[in-house]
Ligand binder design. Structure first.
Ligand code: S3P
Length: 425
């Protein structure tokens, strides 16, 4: 069922993947030699990562549009920063860099914006301390500012209590600097870009099922990197084209790493109409084009097994579920409470205002569909993915929808509104 008249049509190129862009800067900085990163995401979060490494003596130049050249200084080549390292709004920057800083022979302090100041860091502090890292900060180093006095790490065996690629990656990066191997066990597999890129840089890292083994490294050798389009950014258009009657959209060059494609599994289960074309591997990452057409969707259930594969897409999946026939249940998603905003309450409060039939759960939400959404004032909560999700919702809604502070989309998708305008008819 569809109530609207707007549709998405045409062809879009999706900007580079945020997670891979961060890792490209970090790993290239601690590798030996010059490296080119193509299709780099020049969003604010990734620029925060660049600024942190520049403060540690790494030279980074923009050579062409979306192309960065990084002059790596080797595993021990970073310099003690003379100022605090400011991660801005970026959870990936702070958590991954904590692993690298734990292995350095200097002290450094990490700070960030008001949202970062509320996000928990103990999940990283705890395992890094078990490896021997000396970390201090607010509330036993759960919150910024966080100071790390690096050096003398040992390998450990660690069973991850939460599914988090940021925690896993932080530990993997620290393991490169340890004096013995590390084993990390995940309950549900999270995104594995760190593992893929490190392997191509020559690190001794092995993955068997949900277990990751990392040996201490002597050197990393950088390889030029092409960053695939971000499926988490494509998600807004995938969902939009699925729920807006008459839509047909070709989304080009999207990363299709299976640790990230939960949204496609969900859409398939909901009866979505899409095809994957031109699949290929680039720099160890699968990518391809996605052709999406409108379809009448049915409800679905999303739980712990799927959550890490679509954690950032839940806000837009919730919008999609308001248009699906039946009861959609999203559970085991407590992690949403500690994202850039509390994404359970951000989504539920906005969708309620728009007239959706939605119930908030402690670990997710229940959505009854389909409902006609109505335009009103909603809040972005300064959260990029909330702003973009409700921009898509506004295309469905009757009347006008106003969203406050939509500039926050610059965190992950600076041209979002330009592109959306180009494909909306
Ligand atoms: C990311 C991992 C996820 C995701 C975030 C990016 C990464 O966070 O939500 O946007 O690049 O490793 P968690 O590790 O907290 O699940």
């Amino acid at each position: 069922m569809s109530f609207n008249s707007l549709k998405l049509k045409g062809k879009v190129d999706i900007p580079g993947d945020k997670s891979i862009s961060h890792r490209a800067i970090m790993l290239s900085s601690i590798a030996n030699g010059k490296n080119i990163v193509r299709n780099f995401l020049s969003g604010e979060d990734c620029l925060s990562t660049i600024e942190c490494f520049k403060k540690m003596g790494i030279q980074v130049e923009k050579c062409r549009k979306n192309e960065m050249v990084i002059h790596g200084m080797g595993l021990k080549g970073l310099k003690k920063p003379t100022q605090n390292l400011d991660v801005g709004n970026s959870g990936t920057t702070i958590r991954l860099i904590m692993g690298i800083l734990s292995g350095q022979n200097f002290e450094s302090t990490l700070i960030g914006d008001n949202s970062i100041a509320k996000r928990p860091m103990k999940r990283v502090t705890d395992p890094l301390r078990l490896m021997g890292a000396k970390i201090s900060g607010k509330e036993d180093a759960n919150f910024t500012p966080i100071t790390i006095d690096g050096g003398n790490l040992k390998g450990i065996d660690y069973k991850m209590p939460i599914a988090s690629a940021q925690v896993k990656s932080s530990m993997i990066l620290a393991s490169l600097y340890a004096n013995s191997p590390t084993k990390i066990i995940e309950k549900n597999k999270s995104r594995n870009h760190t593992e893929i890129m490190l392997k191509s840089f020559g690190a001794d890292i092995d993955v068997s099922g949900n277990e990751i083994y990392v040996k201490p490294a002597q050197h990393l050798y950088s390889e030029d990197i092409y960053v695939p389009g971000d499926i988490s950014s494509a998600a807004f258009f995938i969902a939009g084209a699925s729920i807006l009657d008459g839509s047909e959209l070709l989304i080009k060059n999207v990363g299709l790493n299976e640790t990230r494609t939960g949204i496609l599994d969900v859409l398939k289960d909901m009866g979505g109409n899409f095809e994957i074309l031109n699949k290929k591997y680039v720099c160890g990452e699968l990518m391809g084009d996605i052709l999406v057409k409108h379809s009448n969707l049915n409800s679905t259930t999303i739980d712990s097994k799927l959550i890490p594969r679509l954690i950032d897409e839940i806000p837009i999946i919730a919008v999609m579920a308001t248009q699906a026939e039946g009861t959609t249940i999203i559970k085991d998603a407590k992690e949403l409470k500690v994202k850039e905003s509390n994404r359970i309450s951000s989504v539920v409060s906005n969708l309620k205002k728009m007239g959706a039939d939605i119930e908030e759960l402690d670990d997710g939400m229940i959505i009854e569909g389909p409902t006609k959404l109505k335009g009103c004032n909603v809040e972005s909560f300064s959260d990029h993915r909330i702003a973009m999700s409700f921009s898509i919702a506004s295309l469905l809604a009757s009347g006008n929808t106003n969203i406050d502070n939509t500039n926050c989309v610059d965190i992950s998708f600076p041209r979002f509104y330009d592109i959306l305008k180009e494909i909306t008819y």
